[in-house]
Design a protein around this ligand. Structure first.
Ligand code: CA
Length: 654
């Protein structure tokens, strides 16, 4: 395949890209901008000798309505104004460079695209606004540490036969209220409201490549980590992938419905690589947007055959402008950066500074690692260990994840909740959200030997996500001898720790229903039968759902679990020395962060054995006893505390 590409597209072979050889265009007006009198086309094609614009009636097939030779203006930008109203016409650009014609392509900024994203569409964005869109506002948010993220996939949420949702697998499916499973329990949006999460994080929902949008009845599935057109929504999630305006409007309807129901929306963004190298990037500025090895081949820090070059001015500009576009046009409230470690810190900081000027409550976080080796020098990467240098950007804590449930790369690896006696210090590290704390012995933390978050909002605490086994599947694999009853205890203990720890909470969709993917970790292209949320589990595991819901409510009612600063955590949160490696105790004292409870005691027992321990002086009220959550109190205790096997307890004293 590679040799084929080199033969057919010689301009794709690069010795090295020297950024200084490329002009930089500074104005924020690239792309296609429509108004009723004229449409302005601007494309950065700095090495092109000719650029042709073609207008079409449809998003695929047919002869061009018009073919226009564009003019070169300044800094590598080609432009043309097409007068008259050409709304809803489709377009392509074609550039000639080094005597070779590239294939026809949309521009990298394309705001609307036809079926399968091969042509751009001239869109009147005003007309894509659902009614009432100008009144749509972001739900209230005070501190980043108040955030409870729920990570899901447009299709997973609604596709099951028992979802009760009409628009299965569509953006509109997420906008449906009052849907129910066969037993009358809420599903979809109503379920999210009932659970109490604050943010819905959607797996890639921009236009990606793998699903053939012209064959939707084949019901193919993909997570969507193969970007095609970064500024247009994915067509297969719309009711009509042929009309580029429909997916835009329906995406906005989804956001509007979520906002109206108090839930903010986070997009998973994948600027670190593209689906292959036959892309609008390479068809307009060949090679420029990608990193290469010394021999000219594409470097592959993503594990997906290529990686983009965020440090280059025009790539950095593109990423920032794309994010600003989603934040402004679609009212997106946060972004999760796939393989953020492939982006340079400078780009991430410029992203943050720009977005936070638009709205300081926009939440940014990412995977602080790469998917392979990269030519980007390690010290420039936005990897986890440098999170403290990033401006208001958080990273996933794999330290906490694996400390709780066991290592991700070893199925049999056990965690604190399944009795592993070596991970207590790592759990403590997670409890203080990877910030500096005088009572942590960092040399005993399993992955990170120093704190990497400057402030608690820079840490995402979680125990499972789409990209691996579900929580209960992982627990089952590592505890094959355990009964389902014990697995549920481990599951509840894991999330109890996440939901009482400092930092930002992240839950994998369906964990609250004990979601299983039948033991398959990497389910990125597997059928719905593996990936869908099976809503009958809400009935079967009602007690698990009730527990998650109550623990979320507990966190929301008690700001002591969501302290906004490291200083506050250092002042109020103290661990109690206890030799038992499976018993972890800490107090949060003195109405921390304005909590109504004066002193809080959290007790975590990771061993399958009941325990007894002496209590600090005074009369304590038990609010969580491992099974029940009752903030007004289950019982009162003093002197001695009995702690059930594999459980979390929360007590308080006023
Ligand atoms: Ca697509």
């Amino acid at each position: 395949m590679k040799s084929f590409l080199l033969l057919m597209l010689p301009a794709f072979c690069f010795a090295q890209i020297h950024t200084n050889d490329y002009p930089v265009y500074h104005h924020p007006d690239l792309g296609v901008h429509y108004n009723i009198h004229k449409t302005v086309f601007k494309i950065w094609a700095p090495k092109a000798s000719t650029v042709i614009l073609r207008l079409y009636k449809n998003g695929e097939g047919g002869e061009p309505l018009r073919t226009i030779h564009m003019s070169i203006a300044q800094d590598g930008v080609w432009h043309t104004d097409v007068t008259g109203d050409i709304k809803n016409q489709y377009y392509t650009f074609q550039i000639q460079q080094d005597h070779h014609w590239m294939p026809e392509t949309p521009d990298i900024y394309a705001f609307a695209v036809g079926v399968n994203g091969h042509r751009g569409m001239v869109v009147d964005l005003q007309e894509t606004n659902p009614s009432g869109w100008h009144n749509d506002t972001r739900p209230p948010q005070v501190n980043f540490t108040d955030i409870i993220i729920y990570e899901s996939h447009v299709r997973d949420l609604s596709i099951s036969n028992n979802s009760g949702i009409k628009h299965k697998g569509k953006f509109l499916g997420i906008a449906e209220l009052n849907t129910k499973n066969n037993n009358g329990q809420s599903t979809g949006l109503s379920h999210l409201k009932e659970l109490g999460i604050t943010h819905l994080h959607l797996l890639p929902s921009f236009d990606y490549n793998t699903i053939d949008e012209s064959k939707l009845l084949m019901n193919n599935y993909n997570w969507g980590y193969d970007p095609l057109n970064f500024n247009a929504p994915e067509g297969s999630y719309s009711t009509d992938p042929y009309n580029g305006a429909v997916r835009i409007k329906e995406f906005k309807q989804m956001v509007q419905a979520l906002h109206a129901n108090g839930i903010r929306v986070i997009m998973d963004v994948v600027y670190n690589h593209t689906s292959g190298i036959k892309t609008p990037f390479n068809y307009t500025a060949p090679g420029y947007y990608y990193r290469h090895n010394a021999d000219g081949s594409y470097s592959d820090g993503s594990g997906c055959s290529n990686e983009t070059a965020s440090e280059r001015p025009m790539m950095r500009k593109f990423i920032i402008e794309s994010l600003v576009y989603w934040a402004k046009e679609y009212h997106i409230d946060g972004f999760r950066f796939d393989l953020m470690g492939l982006h340079d810190q400078e780009t991430m900081n410029q992203i943050s500074d720009t977005l936070h000027k638009i709205d300081p409550t926009i939440f940014l976080y990412g995977e602080g690692w790469t998917g392979g080796s990269s030519p980007l020098p390690e010290e420039q990467r936005a990897i986890k260990k440098y999170t403290y240098k990033l401006h208001k950007i958080a990273a996933f804590s794999d330290d906490m994840r694996d400390a709780l449930r066991g290592a991700h790369d070893v199925d049999s690896g056990k965690g604190f909740v399944s009795g592993n006696p070596w991970l207590k210090e790592s759990v403590k590290f997670g409890i203080v959200a990877a910030t500096p704390h005088p009572q942590i012995n960092y040399s005993h933390v399993h992955y990170s030997h120093e704190p990497w978050a400057a402030e608690p909002y820079q840490t995402i605490n979680y125990v499972s996500c789409h990209d691996d086994n579900t929580l209960v599947d992982k627990l089952r694999k590592s505890n094959w001898e355990a009964t389902e009853e014990d697995l549920i205890k481990m599951d509840k203990l894991s999330q109890s720790i996440v939901l009482t720890s400092q930092g930002v909470v992240f839950l994998h969709s369906g964990a609250e229903l004990l979601r299983t993917k039948q033991g398959i970790a990497n389910s990125y292209n597997l059928p719905d039968s593996i990936n869908e949320i099976d809503w009958s589990r809400k009935t079967k595991y009602k007690s698990v759902f009730d527990y998650y819901q109550s623990m979320i409510a507990l966190r929301k009612n008690h700001p002591a679990f969501r302290m906004p600063t490291t200083k506050m955590i250092q002042e109020h949160l103290h661990f109690t020395d206890y030799a038992d490696p499976s018993l972890l105790l800490y107090t949060i004292s003195n109405h921390a962060n304005g909590d109504s409870w004066k002193d809080i005691l959290v007790v975590l027992n990771g061993e399958n054995k009941d325990k007894e321990l002496p209590l600090p002086t005074g009369k304590w009220t038990v609010a969580v006893d491992g099974v029940n959550v009752k903030e007004e109190g289950i019982l009162q205790v003093e002197t001695v505390l009995k702690v059930p096997a594999i459980s979390a307890m929360v007590l308080y004293k006023n």
